[in-house]
Design a protein around this ligand. Structure first.
Ligand code: BG6
Length: 321
């Protein structure tokens, strides 16, 4: 293989501090941290990322203070994985008896292992990263879910932590012989200081479905998204980088890969109050969901076929570019 095409080798004897991965004693949670201080926590329940901290130890995801973390229901906050159906399933579809957002977020996943890329003495500790892989397949589902959706599948969910950046990628494989259909989405609750000062750019050239206005199709607004009430929009067919800004500064930069739809959601006060697992009561001011996905229409996977999509969220300013 020509030298330039070879994958770069991991250092043989890394010298600096290295990424650490810890599995909780009760085998319910995997935590990874980098020498830079970046940290991520993932529950095996739903393979839900429940915490992501940047190098300054600040939490970047919203997690409801009333979220159930014991596997009894989907986690309210973090990054629940939506599969094989987004939202309430349509009638007369193979997913129609599944609960809203499917079963991936309520199933127990398996931790498949880590791959780390370690820093060397010639570069600072800031260049290390760690990738954690999780798996879910049809034989791991509850009997009830298997009955509702009796298809053969394998999901591999990879979470990559690097300094100032979290990458998540979902590979969906039809491991059977018969075709099936799915929609999917990564339901990310970003933590922000004050929703009234948030604006989102990147989706303004894109048409959307306004779920608050009775699922009306709306044309592109042409201006950044701002928030002054319940917001629940499905933007479709866009590949732009999305910026979440607070005032003039950019808090998150989101680059998607294969997930060309995006849901933007904030429940606001009334809807938040109606959710038994939402807390504190004014917590909706500190969250905005920007949910990369493929939800516009069902995608079909023939036997043996694989689909892959994900996103990277970067904290601008966390690393000198
Ligand atoms: C969003 C949907 O993705 O998820 C909203 O667009 C929904 O309509 C929200 O209310 C939360 O869903 P759930 O099932 O976690 O309460």
């Amino acid at each position: 293989m020509p030298r330039a095409d070879r994958p770069s080798a991991l250092p043989l004897s890394p010298t600096g501090p290295q990424p650490l991965v810890d599995i909780s004693e009760d085998n319910s949670k995997v935590t990874a941290s980098l020498p830079s201080g970046d940290r991520v926590e993932i529950l095996l329940h739903g393979a839900t990322v429940i915490s992501w901290k940047g190098p300054n130890n600040a939490e970047k995801l919203f997690l409801s203070s009333k979220a159930a973390l014991d596997g009894s229901k989907a986690v309210r906050g973090g990054i629940p994985v939506v599969f094989p159906v987004f939202g309430p399933p349509p009638k007369d579809h193979a997913t129609s008896t599944l609960p809203q957002h499917g079963f991936a977020r309520t199933s127990r996943w398996e931790y498949l292992g880590k791959t780390s890329s370690e820093s060397t003495s010639t570069r600072s500790a800031l260049d290390s990263s760690v990738k954690l892989d999780f798996g879910l397949s049809n034989d791991m589902l509850s009997e009830a879910d298997r009955k509702k959706w009796p298809h053969d599948f394998g999901l591999t969910y990879s979470i990559t932590l690097s300094t100032g950046e979290l990458g998540v990628s979902l590979e969906i494989k039809n491991t059977g012989e018969k075709a099936w259909e799915f929609t999917t989405l990564l339901h990310t609750y970003f933590r922000i200081q004050d929703i009234s000062k948030v604006s989102i750019t990147g989706l303004e050239p894109t048409a959307y479905i306004d779920k608050v206005g009775g699922a009306a199709q709306k044309s592109a607004a042409g201006s950044p998204i701002t928030f002054s009430g319940e917001t629940d929009r499905v933007y479709t067919d866009s590949t732009n980088t999305i910026l979440v800004k607070e005032g003039n500064s950019t808090t998150f930069e989101i680059v998607r890969d294969g997930m060309n739809d995006c849901v933007v959601w904030n429940p606001w006060s009334e809807k938040a109050a109606s959710m038994s697992d939402f807390g504190p009561s004014d917590g909706w001011k500190n969250m905005v969901c920007v949910e990369a996905g493929a939800v516009k229409e069902f995608l079909k996977l023939e036997g043996g076929e694989t689909w892959q999509g994900g996103f990277r969220a970067r904290l601008p300013g966390a690393v000198d570019d």
